[in-house]
Design a protein around this ligand. Sequence first.
Ligand SMILES: Nc1ncnc2c1ncn2[C@@H]1O[C@H](COP(=O)(O)OP(=O)(O)OP(=O)(O)O)[C@@H](O)[C@H]1O
Ligand SMILES: [Mg+2]
Length: 485
Amino acid sequence: MTLAETSNHKIFSNPFLNLDYEPALESLGDDYYDEVAAAEFPQHILRWRNNKLLPTLALDPQTVTDEHFTVAFGEFEQRKPLLALRYHGYQFGEYNSRLGDGRGFLYGQMRGIDGELYDFGTKGSGKTPYSRGGDGMLTLKGGVREVLAAEMLHRMGVKTSRCLSVVETGLSLWRGDEPSPTRSSVMIRMSRSHIRFGTFERLHYFQRPDLTKKLLDHVIEYYYPHLVGEQEKYALFYADLVQRVAELVAQWMAAGFCHAVLNTDNMSITGESFDYGPYAFIPNYDPYFTAAYFDYYRRYCYGHQPSICKLNLEMLQTPLMAVIDLADMSAGLAKFDDYYAAQYRSLMLRKLGFESLSIEDGNELLKNTIDFLKHYPISYHDFFADLATGFSNEWQDNASAIFGQSEIGQSLGSSELFLNWAGTYHRILTNSSVEEMASIAQCLNRHNPKTVILRPVIESVWEPITQEDNWQPFYDLVEKIQENG
Ligand SMILES: Nc1ncnc2c1ncn2[C@@H]1O[C@H](COP(=O)(O)OP(=O)(O)OP(=O)(O)O)[C@@H](O)[C@H]1O
Ligand SMILES: [Mg+2]
């Protein structure tokens, strides 16, 4: 068999190469990207495949082999063009015009069976014109951590990108924040667009209102299709983006998630969460909890996330002014706080078991919950998980039964803030019917996963990988997350 025949054979037998790729971004022309080549790696060992995503691509996990993954997403066989996307961004408040996909590219775009357009973006696939002296690589631990964050957030109802695969690539990397040399990987991320706030900031930097308008029209056509044909589509787009971002931050906050690097190059124009580097889930409710060791001034700490995202939206007005009226954008942004508060309230009340509550009861319960959690360094996630597992009809009759048997009840049961919280909770329960009590129990279980990937949990699955190449604890953990364990 000739080489050409071999390649052709692979084209037709590898379902990833057969997907109906849609060159949406490519069709915009090369003002927005550079064509690049993938690195050649010494090894291609599939470490993670996300079978849960395959049905969205109309693929049956049974018919997709590990080799299909490694050939498509490790060797990058037969796929062209690979596009390093151009972008700039404000990093920790400073404008950086030397950014862009420095260790990744757009592999392809494809419409899922849900009708959404998905980007397959790489991370760790080699150098590009934007690598700035970096090696273009992703550590294996970085790949593992991004898989975990995305699956956990997805489970918690956050609108997030997800990882399709992680292939170990056999290189030794040197990193200041990992014991080095450390292992390498290349990851494929499926997201609803890799266009960032910083993609527009770059166009403003080069004073290209024409390219800004072209890109904005593209964004609206593909990601805000309900606005196509509206006379005020640009103003409505910005207002919609404000709402999406406000709701996304509320989702992070309720999930107890600190993204850690909310630079404008890590903000998606579709309001989707992505790029999970030094993130962490908060151990306890601490607004100043800061996940990145290099965030010396706590700029991106847990409690700053709403105001930082609002600021990022405000900064986006500068490039968008080429197309959208500033007054319209200001009016759109003015609604951020209300969108955020409404979404946060509703998500937190769900974590407390309630799909709906009166304004007064909801406000009182939320305030008492936060006052209590803020004051005591108890685990944010255990509090809600214990609430879900311990919940009982007895709590309706007897306030002192609430959390009675759990560690929280034992240690803090007599504190004033706990009694305030339990008093409100009990009062609300006493007004609930038998059916309502059953739906509260259900709601608690649905919205409070028992497994949450605090840092020690991630380290506990990374240790066996790095010590003895034992991947089972990692696979078990992802399965638990995905199966609501
Ligand atoms: N090892 C590396 N080699 C080359 N460039 C890198 C490397 N690590 C980061 N960069 C670049 O530094 C900038 C900021 O990195 P950041 O960590 O936010 O993004 P990323 O994690 O590489 O990619 P993404 O935002 O797509 O998740 C980006 O331009 C990125 O491409
Ligand atoms: Mg990034």
